[in-house]
Design a protein. Sequence first.
Length: 406
Amino acid sequence: MFDYTLLMEWLEFSVRWLHVITAIAWIGSSFYFVALDLGLHRDRDLASGADGEEWQVHGGGFYHIEKYLVAPEKMPSDLVWFKWESYMTWLSGFALLFLVYYMGGSLFLVDPNVLDVPVWQAVGISMASLAFGWVVYNSLCKLFINQNATVLMVALFGVIVLMALFYTNVFTGRAALLHLGAFTATIMTGNVFFVIMPNQRVVVADLIAGRKPDPKYGKIAKQRSTHNNYLTLPVIFLMLSNHYPLAFASQWNWLIACLVFLMGVTIRHYFNTVHARKGNPTWTWAVTVIIMLIIAWLSVAPAFHYEEDAAMTADAQKFATADDFQHVSEIILGRCSMCHSSEPVWEGLYWPPKGVMLETDQQIAAHARQIYLQAGLTHAMPPANVSYMSDEERQVIVAWYREVAG
């Protein structure tokens, strides 16, 4: 029997895995090259004419690395480009956004209590906002090109604050933080695709033609690479946030997201300063801890904000009117709702896991797919089967779901 839901679950898992793999590759190479550039010894008169050098040891061997300020005299025959890590991270991330938030828009993207719009409109807003982010950021870089780098970063932070407010007033809390991460990641990949790589191609073309490359292209590319370096850690936090109601379910989620960007700056400032041999600013860790404590406080004070039930979607209505729904509802209320409720009674839980509540018929019907996968097909829920859900009850859930989904 063909199971479309199972197929989509594995497709989502595979794309998520690809996204994590490519993100690791991109972040790893990005962090390495920034650290390498900052740590180069530039006070040595190198016979090769390079701007700086560094010796490194790894994997049982020694590496001698030199960096040319603009370019070497001749074009190397085996030049290695670093670009596909960035491209594939964005492409796989957008594919995951499509699978989870666009295809599951009625559950994960749209909250009628926040903004009551059709899913297709919410998807349009999502796509437009990502493009808008690159246009605004790129315009700011050109506007403040002759200003201190700090001025540009403050202007960018202002845009991030406004976008955090925008997203939290348009999408569900889960989708809002995820979109702010996608917004920032789009800027980062845009830097690679629209600025860094084209500038490097200009330099390569000049070398091949026997011309002396203009150093401005390298300076601009380095500026964008530095921006990416400071934006990376907040993006990772925001991508993980959809698994933690502590981050997305608070009414202060927009402020939490903004503070995360400040933590990204303090953490990267420490490592960049150390790599550049300009000191050991341990004060940055104290600031980071303070910001994290503020975030933790904001997540629970004044309180969690959970959405009230809205009008039942057409899909949820089908599951709620199926023949076995009342039996399924009794199973879920008996085996799951002690944790998945606005006020969990299970010791040690202070909020519903993942922000999912299963107290009403509407909530159960709306989460039919997750119930089917987590408690029907697999034994993932209840965890360790602490509420003793029987195999017969799981089969009831499977039959109920398949009766409707086909």
